[in-house]
Design a protein around this ligand. Sequence first.
Ligand code: SF4
Ligand code: SF4
Length: 555
Amino acid sequence: MSQTDYSRTQVLIVGSGPAGLAAAIKLKAIKPETQVCVIEKAHDSGNHNLSGAVLEAKALHKLLDASVNNWQEGDEAKEVLAKKVDKDDVMFFAGDKFSFNIFPVIKIAKKFGLGFGQMMHHGDYIVSVSQLTRWLGRLAKEMGVEVLCGFSAAEILWDKEKNLAIGVKLVDQGLDKEGHPQPNYVAGEDILADAVIIAEGCDGLLAEQFVERAGLKRKYTQLYSLGVKELIKVSEKQYEKFTGGRVVHAMGYPIWTPLRGPAMFGGGIIYPVDKEHIAVGIIVGLDFKYCDFNPQDALTRFKGHKFVKQFIEGGTVVEAGAKMIPEGGWNAVPRDPKTGSIGKSNVMLVGDSAGFVNMLKIKGLHNAIESGICAAQAVSVNLSDPTLCAARYTECLDMSDVAAEMKSAAKFRQTVAKLGATIGFPLSVFSKFMPDFDIERDTQTMKSQKYRLKPDVNFDKDTFTAVAATEHREEQPSHLIIYNRNTCSVKCTPVFGRPCITFCPAGVYETIGGQVKAANSSNCLHCKTCQRKCPFDNISWTVPEGGGGPRYKRM
Ligand code: SF4
Ligand code: SF4
């Protein structure tokens, strides 16, 4: 494959996140002559990647030690991996003033082999996943991988006779709002491939299309959470007070408070970024029931807590963003019901596309990288018969560290989902012994109940999307489809009061002329919360033209 002819390749990887790039790097290291093409909908690698993030070192070292000579000596490697966790704090916030460090409880849990003991991060890297991804993208290119950014995948191409994926069709470019070709129209090309690795991240369009088409099944329904994060420029004194190797995870207010307060799954994070910036964020399970819940209100309250405030007060938000996380765990990984494969034939699902996030650790990056390595190993030995790839990949994955730790946390999130945060959290300590629960999908959990915290908070979503640097070409069909507006006005408005307007972190939805519309679709952050939380399953997130969306630099 030449630099310009990308219509045919041996291995096509959809998504240039850590999982996809790990697969690409490993494959090139094992078989340098293999044609590997990565397509990415973002303008640049890392632009759509957002996470806390704390990265367990083992998987990254396993990938790079065997693939890239002297990788740790490069300036970029030194910058991306400059910080290691030397102080872990797990706080419990009781109301907006009081806090207790419950890290000693976590240590005891670890000693007795209880699930919460996994929440220790000492020695892990504190990273920006956008920077990590950009760096991995550069390494992949240097090894000869074709990384094509600004290319959105619209659908998987199938050979109907063989019932086999043969590649991917890209999104058409240059349509107007009504879908008519403009002078700059370019029809989405087909990229044909022998093997396809789907690494789109959480709730990707292709991954879900493939799961349905290939008949893969999840034992438990997939659950999601939404993470909302800000990067705040603080004073030198505040940064020094926080210290550069410390990570703080917080439970309690404003996600869960005792008695009559809100009861949701989730918590907050505070991580150092560089000498001038601290990252603050919250993660909230999308099985929340409050119809007026605004995740950014919760973030504002979290920032207003006395413990958090001391580190960020007077600071300036310089970057922000939002992203969904697949929380369902090991039993929500889609598999072929007959063979157990995480994929089928020549198609493999890796990273968040499969759902390899361990919610006891609140981490998935290391699993994403490890799953990418497994996919590469499977492809490298099956290029003469790529239909064996998914089976070989699953064999490797099921024997890996990913499987071991995902199994240890398998029922944790479902226990909390079934029993509610107040009872489920404490009982989740024994989740290994819990029965299988029948869990509702996130779309089904909403009630007419309100998120009852006073005083009211007014969050400016326009400023939030401005610092997320999100943009799309305005003159294109909206990538957000509301199936039935009658449902909005007749069913949703009287009971829930149009919750998409409030929960969308980018303020995309508005009421115009009495109808709910995705009026500001060009502000969309691609978090996909709307298609997983609309209580009537009335929204579909499709892929816009390549290059659109947020442009995260240090998230
Ligand atoms: Fe309600 Fe969904 Fe319509 Fe929004 S799109 S108003 S959440 S039914
Ligand atoms: Fe997220 Fe949907 Fe809002 Fe886009 S429109 S930012 S995908 S909730």
